[in-house]
Design a protein around this ligand. Structure first.
Ligand code: ATP
Length: 270
C-alpha cells in the first residue's frame, strides 16, 4: 500500500535524506528513530508534500504522490494528516474551531472565511473530541489547555480529515511522561481501531519498542535499521545513534517510573 523508493532530499551539499526505501503492506504503527539531523523530519515532510523531494518516488496505492501539485497535493495532504511537536493549533481559537480547521482543505474559501461550518461537521468534531476524552474542553481556547490536551486536539483535527495515514513528527517531545503516554495510547488506538497507518518520528527507544510494529532507524539520511521492536537491541540502537559503549538507553526513556519521584530525562542521545 505504501512503497517508498529511493527518496532523496539534498540541501546544498547535504543529503538530508539519502535513497530511503521501504514498503508497508499493512496500515501498521511505524516508528522512525535516529539522532538529531538524521533526516527524520525531512522525510515526513516529503511524505506530506510540505517539502519537495530531490529524487525518488512515494507510491501510495500505486500513485506517486511526489509530483502532485495544487488541488491534487492538497487532496493528498488531507489523506495524510500531520501532527507536530508544537501542536500547531491556533491558540486564540476555541478547541472545536481548531478541530474544524481539519476540514480546511475540503471547504470553500468563502465558507472558511466566515466560519460557516455545517451542523453535521460541528457534531462530528465534538464526537471526535469525546472519543479522545476531551469533549469537555470544546469551548475553551486552545491556549488554555495543557500540552497533552493540545496534542489530543491536534490529533482530533487530523481525524476530522478522515486520513488514511497520520504522520507524527516527535508528537510527545514536548510532553511530560504521563501526557506522553496518553498521546501515544491515543495514536495506537487510532491505528488499531480505525486501521489508519501511523508513522511517527520518536526520540525515545522505549516508546518505539512499546508502540511500534516496525521501527526504522536513520543515520545521516540513510536507513540503517528496519525491523521489529524485538530486533532493536541496545547494540543496534547504539549504531543507529552513532554512540559508543557508554550509551545508556535508559537515559532515552519516557517511562513513568512510580518508584522514582522525578521523571526520567527525556532526551539524551540527540
Ligand atoms: N530547509 C533546510 N535547509 C537546509 N538544511 C536543512 C533544511 N532542513 C533540514 N536541513 C538539514 O537536513 C538534515 C536533516 O534534518 P532533519 O530536521 O530532517 O533531521 P531530524 O532527524 O528530523 O532531526 P531532529 O530530530 O533534530 O528534528 C540536517 O542536517 C538539517 O540541518
Amino acid at each position: 500500500m505504501l512503497d517508498v523508493q529511493n527518496v532523496t532530499r539534498v540541501f546544498g551539499d547535504k543529503r538530508a535524506v539519502d535513497r530511503v526505501s521501504f514498503t508497508l503492506h499493512q496500515p501498521g504503527f511505524i516508528g522512525i528513530i535516529g539522532s538529531s539531523g538524521a533526516g527524520k523530519s525531512t522525510f515526513l515532510r516529503m511524505m506530506n508534500r510540505l517539502t519537495d523531494a530531490t529524487e525518488g518516488r512515494i507510491l501510495y496505492e500505486g500513485q506517486d504522490i511526489l509530483p502532485l501539485r495544487g488541488a491534487a497535493a492538497r487532496n493528498w495532504q488531507s489523506r495524510c494528516a500531520m501532527i507536530f511537536q508544537q501542536f500547531n493549533l491556533v491558540p486564540r481559537l476555541d478547541v472545536v474551531a481548531n478541530v474544524l480547521h481539519g476540514k480546511l482543505n475540503r471547504q470553500s474559501t468563502l465558507a472558511t472565511m466566515f466560519n460557516l461550518w455545517s451542523r453535521a461537521d460541528i457534531l462530528r468534531a465534538i464526537d471526535i473530541l469525546d472519543r479522545l476524552g476531551i469533549a469537555e474542553q470544546a469551548t475553551k481556547r486552545a491556549e488554555a489547555l495543557s500540552g497533552g490536551q493540545q496534542q489530543r486536539v491536534a490529533i482530533a483535527r487530523a481525524l476530522m480529515q478522515d486520513p488514511a495515514i497520520i504522520l507524527a513528527d516527535e508528537p510527545i517531545a514536548s510532553l511530560d511522561p504521563m501526557n506522553a503516554q496518553i498521546v501515544m495510547d491515543t495514536l495506537k488506538r487510532i491505528n488499531v481501531e480505525d486501521g489508519r497507518m501511523v508513522i511517527a518520528n520518536l526520540h525515545t527507544l522505549d516508546t518505539a519498542r512499546r508502540y511500534c510494529d516496525r521501527v526504522i532507524g536513520m543515520r545521516d539520511g540513510r536507513i540503517v535499521f528496519d525491523g521489529t521492536p524485538e530486533q532493536l537491541t541496545t547494540g543496534v540502537a547504539r549504531d543507529i545513534y552513532g554512540a559508543d559503549e557508554t550509551f545508556n538507553e535508559h537515559a532515552t526513556s519516557t517511562a513513568i517510573r512510580p518508584e522514582r519521584a522525578v521523571p526520567a530525562a527525556r532526551v539524551a542521545v540527540h
